[in-house]
Write a protein that binds this ligand. Structure first.
Ligand code: HEM
Length: 423
Protein backbone atom coordinates (compact mmCIF):
# COMPACT_ATOMS: atom_id res chain seq x y z
CA UNK A 1 0.00 0.00 0.00
CA UNK A 2 2.83 2.41 0.89
CA UNK A 3 4.35 2.06 -2.59
CA UNK A 4 1.39 2.82 -4.85
CA UNK A 5 -1.94 3.26 -3.04
CA UNK A 6 -3.66 4.91 -6.01
CA UNK A 7 -2.59 2.23 -8.50
CA UNK A 8 -3.57 -0.51 -6.07
CA UNK A 9 -6.97 1.13 -5.46
CA UNK A 10 -7.66 1.48 -9.20
CA UNK A 11 -6.65 -2.09 -9.98
CA UNK A 12 -8.49 -3.61 -7.02
CA UNK A 13 -11.75 -1.78 -7.74
CA UNK A 14 -11.58 -2.55 -11.48
CA UNK A 15 -10.98 -6.22 -10.84
CA UNK A 16 -13.19 -6.96 -7.84
CA UNK A 17 -15.93 -4.30 -7.74
CA UNK A 18 -16.78 -1.50 -5.33
CA UNK A 19 -16.18 -3.36 -2.07
CA UNK A 20 -12.82 -5.10 -1.88
CA UNK A 21 -10.95 -6.77 0.97
CA UNK A 22 -7.21 -6.01 0.89
CA UNK A 23 -5.23 -8.62 2.86
CA UNK A 24 -2.11 -6.36 2.84
CA UNK A 25 -3.80 -3.84 5.12
CA UNK A 26 -6.43 -6.20 6.53
CA UNK A 27 -9.16 -3.76 5.56
CA UNK A 28 -11.77 -2.97 2.93
CA UNK A 29 -11.62 -0.50 0.07
CA UNK A 30 -15.03 1.05 -0.49
CA UNK A 31 -16.22 2.87 -3.61
CA UNK A 32 -19.90 1.94 -3.38
CA UNK A 33 -21.91 5.17 -3.07
CA UNK A 34 -24.93 3.51 -1.36
CA UNK A 35 -22.72 1.87 1.23
CA UNK A 36 -20.81 5.13 1.76
CA UNK A 37 -24.11 6.94 2.31
CA UNK A 38 -24.98 4.41 5.04
CA UNK A 39 -21.53 4.68 6.59
CA UNK A 40 -21.34 8.46 6.72
CA UNK A 41 -25.00 9.40 7.07
CA UNK A 42 -27.72 6.78 7.75
CA UNK A 43 -25.77 4.38 9.97
CA UNK A 44 -23.06 6.80 11.00
CA UNK A 45 -23.35 5.76 14.65
CA UNK A 46 -21.88 2.36 13.78
CA UNK A 47 -18.73 3.86 12.26
CA UNK A 48 -15.87 5.95 13.61
CA UNK A 49 -12.46 7.10 12.60
CA UNK A 50 -10.06 4.41 13.81
CA UNK A 51 -8.27 5.27 17.08
CA UNK A 52 -5.29 3.19 15.96
CA UNK A 53 -4.97 5.01 12.61
CA UNK A 54 -5.45 8.41 14.21
CA UNK A 55 -2.76 7.64 16.77
CA UNK A 56 -0.37 6.97 13.87
CA UNK A 57 -1.13 10.14 11.92
CA UNK A 58 -1.39 12.49 14.88
CA UNK A 59 2.41 13.07 15.03
CA UNK A 60 2.00 14.90 11.71
CA UNK A 61 -1.38 16.43 11.95
CA UNK A 62 -1.67 17.06 15.71
CA UNK A 63 -4.12 15.54 18.17
CA UNK A 64 -6.92 17.95 17.28
CA UNK A 65 -10.22 18.07 15.47
CA UNK A 66 -9.21 15.82 12.54
CA UNK A 67 -7.83 13.03 14.70
CA UNK A 68 -9.97 13.10 17.85
CA UNK A 69 -12.84 10.64 18.13
CA UNK A 70 -16.00 10.14 20.21
CA UNK A 71 -17.04 12.71 22.82
CA UNK A 72 -13.67 14.48 22.75
CA UNK A 73 -14.16 15.15 19.02
CA UNK A 74 -17.79 16.34 19.54
CA UNK A 75 -16.70 18.85 22.17
CA UNK A 76 -13.89 20.13 19.97
CA UNK A 77 -16.08 20.39 16.85
CA UNK A 78 -18.64 22.43 18.80
CA UNK A 79 -16.07 24.92 20.00
CA UNK A 80 -14.45 25.20 16.54
CA UNK A 81 -17.57 25.42 14.33
CA UNK A 82 -18.26 29.17 14.70
CA UNK A 83 -14.73 30.05 13.53
CA UNK A 84 -15.45 28.41 10.17
CA UNK A 85 -18.94 29.75 9.52
CA UNK A 86 -19.53 31.51 6.17
CA UNK A 87 -19.53 34.81 8.06
CA UNK A 88 -16.15 34.19 9.65
CA UNK A 89 -14.69 33.13 6.31
CA UNK A 90 -15.87 36.42 4.72
CA UNK A 91 -13.40 38.19 6.99
CA UNK A 92 -10.53 36.38 5.23
CA UNK A 93 -11.27 37.60 1.68
CA UNK A 94 -8.62 40.31 1.95
CA UNK A 95 -6.03 37.85 3.21
CA UNK A 96 -6.39 35.83 -0.01
CA UNK A 97 -5.77 38.92 -2.13
CA UNK A 98 -2.81 40.17 -0.08
CA UNK A 99 -1.07 36.82 -0.34
CA UNK A 100 -1.90 36.42 -4.07
CA UNK A 101 -0.52 39.94 -4.74
CA UNK A 102 2.72 39.04 -2.96
CA UNK A 103 2.98 35.89 -5.07
CA UNK A 104 2.43 37.86 -8.31
CA UNK A 105 5.14 40.33 -7.29
CA UNK A 106 7.54 37.43 -6.81
CA UNK A 107 6.56 35.96 -10.17
CA UNK A 108 7.05 39.36 -11.87
CA UNK A 109 10.58 39.52 -10.51
CA UNK A 110 11.46 36.25 -12.26
CA UNK A 111 12.38 36.13 -15.92
CA UNK A 112 11.12 32.69 -16.86
CA UNK A 113 7.47 31.83 -17.36
CA UNK A 114 7.64 28.15 -16.40
CA UNK A 115 6.69 27.57 -12.79
CA UNK A 116 6.18 24.54 -10.59
CA UNK A 117 2.46 25.05 -9.99
CA UNK A 118 2.33 22.51 -7.14
CA UNK A 119 5.13 24.14 -5.16
CA UNK A 120 3.89 27.67 -5.87
CA UNK A 121 0.38 26.79 -4.67
CA UNK A 122 1.75 25.09 -1.54
CA UNK A 123 3.73 28.24 -0.71
CA UNK A 124 0.71 30.43 -1.35
CA UNK A 125 -1.81 28.40 0.65
CA UNK A 126 0.60 28.04 3.56
CA UNK A 127 1.02 31.81 3.56
CA UNK A 128 -2.77 32.18 3.52
CA UNK A 129 -3.40 29.71 6.33
CA UNK A 130 -0.66 31.31 8.44
CA UNK A 131 -2.23 34.73 7.93
CA UNK A 132 -5.76 33.46 8.62
CA UNK A 133 -4.49 31.83 11.80
CA UNK A 134 -2.16 34.47 13.16
CA UNK A 135 -3.01 37.62 11.14
CA UNK A 136 0.70 38.46 11.33
CA UNK A 137 3.01 37.77 8.47
CA UNK A 138 5.33 35.08 9.66
CA UNK A 139 6.72 34.86 6.18
CA UNK A 140 10.21 34.26 7.46
CA UNK A 141 9.02 31.01 9.03
CA UNK A 142 7.20 29.73 5.96
CA UNK A 143 10.03 27.67 4.51
CA UNK A 144 10.87 26.23 7.97
CA UNK A 145 7.24 25.29 8.49
CA UNK A 146 6.95 23.77 5.00
CA UNK A 147 10.08 21.64 5.47
CA UNK A 148 8.99 20.55 8.95
CA UNK A 149 5.48 19.62 7.77
CA UNK A 150 6.99 17.46 5.00
CA UNK A 151 9.09 15.55 7.56
CA UNK A 152 6.13 15.08 9.91
CA UNK A 153 3.98 13.78 7.08
CA UNK A 154 6.60 11.27 5.86
CA UNK A 155 7.05 10.05 9.42
CA UNK A 156 3.32 9.52 9.89
CA UNK A 157 3.08 7.54 6.67
CA UNK A 158 5.89 5.29 7.83
CA UNK A 159 4.12 4.80 11.18
CA UNK A 160 0.92 3.99 9.31
CA UNK A 161 2.17 1.62 6.63
CA UNK A 162 5.66 0.54 7.48
CA UNK A 163 6.48 1.07 11.18
CA UNK A 164 9.26 -1.52 11.19
CA UNK A 165 11.21 0.55 8.67
CA UNK A 166 11.47 3.66 10.90
CA UNK A 167 15.19 4.26 11.42
CA UNK A 168 16.93 6.22 14.18
CA UNK A 169 17.52 8.98 11.59
CA UNK A 170 13.80 9.11 10.72
CA UNK A 171 13.01 9.37 14.43
CA UNK A 172 15.54 12.16 14.93
CA UNK A 173 14.30 14.08 11.88
CA UNK A 174 10.77 13.80 13.28
CA UNK A 175 11.83 15.06 16.73
CA UNK A 176 13.67 18.03 15.16
CA UNK A 177 10.76 18.99 12.90
CA UNK A 178 8.27 18.75 15.76
CA UNK A 179 10.48 20.92 17.96
CA UNK A 180 10.83 23.54 15.25
CA UNK A 181 7.08 23.83 14.68
CA UNK A 182 6.24 23.71 18.39
CA UNK A 183 8.68 26.54 19.11
CA UNK A 184 6.96 28.77 16.53
CA UNK A 185 3.41 27.94 17.62
CA UNK A 186 4.01 28.18 21.38
CA UNK A 187 5.83 31.49 20.95
CA UNK A 188 2.82 32.98 19.19
CA UNK A 189 0.35 31.58 21.76
CA UNK A 190 2.53 32.85 24.58
CA UNK A 191 2.73 36.36 23.02
CA UNK A 192 -1.05 36.44 22.73
CA UNK A 193 -1.54 35.44 26.37
CA UNK A 194 0.94 38.15 27.42
CA UNK A 195 -0.69 40.88 25.32
CA UNK A 196 -4.38 40.17 25.75
CA UNK A 197 -5.31 43.82 25.25
CA UNK A 198 -4.27 43.62 21.56
CA UNK A 199 -7.16 42.78 19.20
CA UNK A 200 -6.56 40.20 16.49
CA UNK A 201 -9.06 39.27 13.87
CA UNK A 202 -7.86 35.75 13.13
CA UNK A 203 -8.57 32.08 13.74
CA UNK A 204 -6.21 31.84 16.70
CA UNK A 205 -7.98 34.64 18.56
CA UNK A 206 -11.36 33.05 17.77
CA UNK A 207 -10.06 29.75 19.14
CA UNK A 208 -8.53 31.45 22.20
CA UNK A 209 -11.71 33.29 23.10
CA UNK A 210 -14.05 30.29 22.61
CA UNK A 211 -15.14 28.37 25.71
CA UNK A 212 -16.42 24.84 26.24
CA UNK A 213 -20.12 24.68 27.10
CA UNK A 214 -19.63 22.18 29.92
CA UNK A 215 -16.79 23.88 31.83
CA UNK A 216 -16.93 27.50 30.66
CA UNK A 217 -13.16 27.26 30.15
CA UNK A 218 -11.13 27.82 27.02
CA UNK A 219 -8.61 25.56 25.27
CA UNK A 220 -5.28 24.89 26.95
CA UNK A 221 -2.04 25.84 25.19
CA UNK A 222 -1.47 22.20 24.32
CA UNK A 223 -4.91 21.83 22.74
CA UNK A 224 -4.43 25.08 20.85
CA UNK A 225 -1.10 23.78 19.56
CA UNK A 226 -2.78 20.60 18.28
CA UNK A 227 -5.54 22.57 16.57
CA UNK A 228 -3.05 24.91 14.92
CA UNK A 229 -1.11 21.89 13.61
CA UNK A 230 -4.37 20.43 12.29
CA UNK A 231 -5.13 23.61 10.42
CA UNK A 232 -1.59 23.99 9.09
CA UNK A 233 -1.74 20.62 7.45
CA UNK A 234 -5.42 20.03 6.71
CA UNK A 235 -5.80 23.62 5.60
CA UNK A 236 -2.94 24.18 3.19
CA UNK A 237 -1.86 21.06 1.31
CA UNK A 238 -5.40 20.07 0.41
CA UNK A 239 -6.27 23.42 -1.12
CA UNK A 240 -2.84 23.78 -2.77
CA UNK A 241 -3.15 20.45 -4.54
CA UNK A 242 -6.75 21.15 -5.54
CA UNK A 243 -5.77 24.42 -7.21
CA UNK A 244 -2.52 23.10 -8.74
CA UNK A 245 -4.38 20.22 -10.42
CA UNK A 246 -7.04 22.67 -11.62
CA UNK A 247 -4.32 24.80 -13.24
CA UNK A 248 -2.84 21.70 -14.87
CA UNK A 249 -6.25 20.61 -16.21
CA UNK A 250 -6.91 24.09 -17.62
CA UNK A 251 -3.51 24.10 -19.31
CA UNK A 252 -4.26 20.72 -20.89
CA UNK A 253 -7.76 21.75 -21.98
CA UNK A 254 -7.53 25.08 -23.85
CA UNK A 255 -11.25 25.08 -24.76
CA UNK A 256 -12.25 24.93 -21.08
CA UNK A 257 -9.57 27.49 -20.19
CA UNK A 258 -11.05 29.77 -22.86
CA UNK A 259 -14.51 29.39 -21.30
CA UNK A 260 -13.11 30.36 -17.92
CA UNK A 261 -11.41 33.40 -19.43
CA UNK A 262 -14.65 34.37 -21.18
CA UNK A 263 -16.58 34.25 -17.90
CA UNK A 264 -13.91 36.20 -16.05
CA UNK A 265 -13.85 38.89 -18.76
CA UNK A 266 -17.64 39.17 -18.95
CA UNK A 267 -18.24 39.22 -15.21
CA UNK A 268 -15.15 40.81 -13.70
CA UNK A 269 -12.80 42.33 -16.26
CA UNK A 270 -9.80 43.53 -14.25
CA UNK A 271 -11.79 44.08 -11.06
CA UNK A 272 -10.64 42.27 -7.95
CA UNK A 273 -13.23 39.60 -7.20
CA UNK A 274 -15.10 39.66 -3.91
CA UNK A 275 -16.47 36.61 -2.16
CA UNK A 276 -19.91 37.86 -3.25
CA UNK A 277 -18.77 37.70 -6.92
CA UNK A 278 -17.86 34.04 -6.50
CA UNK A 279 -21.54 33.16 -6.17
CA UNK A 280 -22.22 34.34 -9.74
CA UNK A 281 -19.19 32.74 -11.35
CA UNK A 282 -20.62 29.31 -11.94
CA UNK A 283 -18.05 28.10 -14.49
CA UNK A 284 -15.21 28.84 -12.06
CA UNK A 285 -17.07 26.83 -9.45
CA UNK A 286 -17.49 23.89 -11.85
CA UNK A 287 -13.79 23.99 -12.80
CA UNK A 288 -12.76 23.75 -9.15
CA UNK A 289 -15.30 20.99 -8.46
CA UNK A 290 -14.29 18.99 -11.53
CA UNK A 291 -10.61 19.26 -10.61
CA UNK A 292 -11.33 17.95 -7.11
CA UNK A 293 -13.30 15.11 -8.70
CA UNK A 294 -10.43 13.98 -10.92
CA UNK A 295 -7.72 14.75 -8.35
CA UNK A 296 -9.25 14.56 -4.87
CA UNK A 297 -6.71 15.89 -2.35
CA UNK A 298 -8.38 13.60 0.15
CA UNK A 299 -8.00 10.37 -1.84
CA UNK A 300 -9.26 8.07 0.94
CA UNK A 301 -10.90 8.38 4.38
CA UNK A 302 -10.36 5.83 7.09
CA UNK A 303 -13.16 4.34 9.18
CA UNK A 304 -13.70 1.40 11.54
CA UNK A 305 -16.98 -0.37 12.31
CA UNK A 306 -17.94 -0.39 16.01
CA UNK A 307 -20.26 -3.43 15.90
CA UNK A 308 -20.87 -6.35 13.55
CA UNK A 309 -22.53 -4.73 10.55
CA UNK A 310 -24.50 -6.09 7.61
CA UNK A 311 -24.64 -4.33 4.26
CA UNK A 312 -26.51 -6.27 1.55
CA UNK A 313 -24.91 -9.72 1.64
CA UNK A 314 -21.69 -8.59 3.30
CA UNK A 315 -21.23 -9.12 7.03
CA UNK A 316 -18.43 -6.97 8.44
CA UNK A 317 -17.11 -8.00 11.84
CA UNK A 318 -16.80 -5.44 14.64
CA UNK A 319 -13.42 -3.70 14.30
CA UNK A 320 -13.16 -4.10 10.50
CA UNK A 321 -11.22 -1.26 8.88
CA UNK A 322 -12.35 0.62 5.78
CA UNK A 323 -10.90 3.11 3.36
CA UNK A 324 -13.63 5.19 1.69
CA UNK A 325 -11.83 5.60 -1.62
CA UNK A 326 -12.73 8.96 -3.14
CA UNK A 327 -10.02 8.30 -5.72
CA UNK A 328 -11.97 5.28 -7.03
CA UNK A 329 -15.43 6.69 -6.44
CA UNK A 330 -14.78 9.92 -8.36
CA UNK A 331 -13.42 8.03 -11.36
CA UNK A 332 -15.94 5.20 -11.38
CA UNK A 333 -17.71 4.58 -14.73
CA UNK A 334 -20.66 3.32 -12.67
CA UNK A 335 -21.33 6.85 -11.42
CA UNK A 336 -19.74 9.14 -14.01
CA UNK A 337 -20.07 9.34 -17.78
CA UNK A 338 -16.62 9.41 -19.42
CA UNK A 339 -15.08 9.58 -15.95
CA UNK A 340 -11.56 10.49 -17.07
CA UNK A 341 -12.70 13.45 -19.18
CA UNK A 342 -12.24 16.96 -17.79
CA UNK A 343 -15.78 18.25 -18.20
CA UNK A 344 -16.57 21.09 -15.75
CA UNK A 345 -20.13 21.36 -17.11
CA UNK A 346 -21.00 18.00 -15.60
CA UNK A 347 -21.49 20.11 -12.43
CA UNK A 348 -24.20 22.25 -14.06
CA UNK A 349 -27.32 21.85 -11.86
CA UNK A 350 -29.38 19.90 -14.41
CA UNK A 351 -26.57 17.38 -15.01
CA UNK A 352 -25.20 16.91 -11.50
CA UNK A 353 -28.64 16.16 -10.07
CA UNK A 354 -28.55 12.91 -12.07
CA UNK A 355 -25.40 11.75 -10.29
CA UNK A 356 -25.53 9.80 -7.00
CA UNK A 357 -25.15 12.34 -4.19
CA UNK A 358 -22.48 10.26 -2.47
CA UNK A 359 -20.41 9.60 -5.60
CA UNK A 360 -18.67 12.94 -5.08
CA UNK A 361 -17.04 13.49 -1.72
CA UNK A 362 -14.02 15.80 -1.97
CA UNK A 363 -14.86 17.28 1.44
CA UNK A 364 -16.32 14.10 2.98
CA UNK A 365 -19.89 13.98 4.31
CA UNK A 366 -21.82 13.64 7.54
CA UNK A 367 -20.76 14.86 10.96
CA UNK A 368 -17.06 14.81 10.09
CA UNK A 369 -17.40 16.72 6.85
CA UNK A 370 -14.55 19.18 6.30
CA UNK A 371 -14.92 22.11 8.67
CA UNK A 372 -12.84 24.27 6.29
CA UNK A 373 -15.08 23.75 3.23
CA UNK A 374 -16.21 27.41 2.93
CA UNK A 375 -12.67 28.65 3.42
CA UNK A 376 -11.25 26.15 0.91
CA UNK A 377 -13.86 26.90 -1.76
CA UNK A 378 -13.55 30.66 -1.40
CA UNK A 379 -9.76 30.48 -1.37
CA UNK A 380 -9.41 27.98 -4.23
CA UNK A 381 -11.79 29.84 -6.53
CA UNK A 382 -10.26 33.25 -5.72
CA UNK A 383 -6.79 31.94 -6.64
CA UNK A 384 -8.08 30.38 -9.87
CA UNK A 385 -9.82 33.60 -10.87
CA UNK A 386 -6.89 35.86 -10.11
CA UNK A 387 -4.58 33.61 -12.13
CA UNK A 388 -7.10 33.44 -15.01
CA UNK A 389 -7.30 37.24 -15.09
CA UNK A 390 -3.55 37.53 -15.45
CA UNK A 391 -2.23 34.43 -17.20
CA UNK A 392 -2.84 31.98 -19.97
CA UNK A 393 -1.61 28.56 -18.94
CA UNK A 394 0.16 26.14 -21.26
CA UNK A 395 1.21 22.58 -20.56
CA UNK A 396 4.92 21.86 -20.73
CA UNK A 397 5.78 18.84 -22.90
CA UNK A 398 6.56 15.74 -20.90
CA UNK A 399 5.44 17.34 -17.67
CA UNK A 400 2.55 15.19 -16.50
CA UNK A 401 1.67 14.88 -12.80
CA UNK A 402 3.42 12.08 -10.96
CA UNK A 403 0.71 11.28 -8.47
CA UNK A 404 1.70 10.49 -4.93
CA UNK A 405 -0.82 9.57 -2.26
CA UNK A 406 0.58 10.78 1.02
CA UNK A 407 -1.81 11.88 3.75
CA UNK A 408 -3.18 13.96 0.85
CA UNK A 409 -2.76 13.42 -2.87
CA UNK A 410 -0.12 15.51 -4.60
CA UNK A 411 2.22 15.42 -7.58
CA UNK A 412 5.84 14.74 -6.77
CA UNK A 413 7.73 16.27 -8.47
CA UNK A 414 5.30 19.13 -8.91
CA UNK A 415 3.51 19.95 -12.15
CA UNK A 416 5.38 22.58 -14.18
CA UNK A 417 3.30 24.86 -16.37
CA UNK A 418 3.97 27.85 -18.56
CA UNK A 419 2.36 31.04 -17.25
CA UNK A 420 2.01 33.51 -20.14
CA UNK A 421 0.95 37.05 -19.20
CA UNK A 422 -2.35 38.06 -20.85
CA UNK A 423 -2.74 41.51 -22.35
C1 HEM B 1 -9.64 21.67 -1.18
C2 HEM B 1 -9.38 21.73 0.11
C3 HEM B 1 -9.81 20.73 1.13
C4 HEM B 1 -10.20 19.42 0.97
C5 HEM B 1 -10.29 18.63 -0.32
C6 HEM B 1 -10.52 18.91 2.29
C7 HEM B 1 -10.99 17.64 2.54
C8 HEM B 1 -11.40 17.20 3.78
C9 HEM B 1 -12.07 15.94 4.02
C10 HEM B 1 -12.41 14.90 2.97
C11 HEM B 1 -12.33 15.86 5.35
C12 HEM B 1 -13.10 14.73 6.07
C13 HEM B 1 -12.20 13.59 6.45
C14 HEM B 1 -12.94 12.41 7.05
O1 HEM B 1 -14.16 12.44 7.23
O2 HEM B 1 -12.27 11.41 7.32
C15 HEM B 1 -11.80 17.05 5.97
C16 HEM B 1 -11.84 17.32 7.31
C17 HEM B 1 -11.25 18.44 7.87
N1 HEM B 1 -10.74 19.52 7.21
FE1 HEM B 1 -10.62 19.77 5.22
N2 HEM B 1 -10.28 19.89 3.22
C18 HEM B 1 -9.87 21.02 2.56
C19 HEM B 1 -9.55 22.24 3.12
C20 HEM B 1 -9.55 22.51 4.45
C21 HEM B 1 -9.22 23.79 5.04
C22 HEM B 1 -8.91 25.07 4.25
C23 HEM B 1 -9.26 23.62 6.40
C24 HEM B 1 -9.00 24.61 7.49
C25 HEM B 1 -8.29 25.70 7.41
C26 HEM B 1 -9.61 22.23 6.65
C27 HEM B 1 -9.71 21.66 7.89
C28 HEM B 1 -10.26 20.42 8.13
C29 HEM B 1 -10.46 19.87 9.48
C30 HEM B 1 -10.05 20.52 10.78
C31 HEM B 1 -11.09 18.62 9.30
C32 HEM B 1 -11.55 17.66 10.39
C33 HEM B 1 -13.01 17.91 10.69
C34 HEM B 1 -13.59 16.95 11.72
O3 HEM B 1 -13.21 15.78 11.76
O4 HEM B 1 -14.47 17.40 12.46
N3 HEM B 1 -9.79 21.60 5.45
N4 HEM B 1 -11.26 17.86 4.98
Amino acid sequence: MLKDPLGLTTRALEKYGNIVYLPGIDGYLIADADFIESMLIGDERFFSKSAETMEKISPAIGNGLSTLIGDEWKRQRKIANPSFSKRSVDAFGNVFHECINEMFEEWDARSEGVLDATQEMKKLTLRIVIKCLFSTDIQRFTSDVTAALEVLQEYSLLKLWSPASISADDQQAYENAKKKIDTIIYRIIHDRRQNQELQHNDLLSMYMSAVYEDTGEGMTDIQLRHEVMNLFLAGHETTANGVAFALYLLAKNPREQQKLHAQVEAELGDAICTLEDLKRLDYTDWVFKESLRLYPSSWGMSRVVLEDYQYKNYLFPKGADFIVAQWGLHRSPQYWQEPLKFDPERFAPERIKQVHKYAYLPFGAGARKCIGIHLAEAEGKTILLRIAQRYELRAVDGNEPTLKARLFMTSEPGVCLEFIKRN
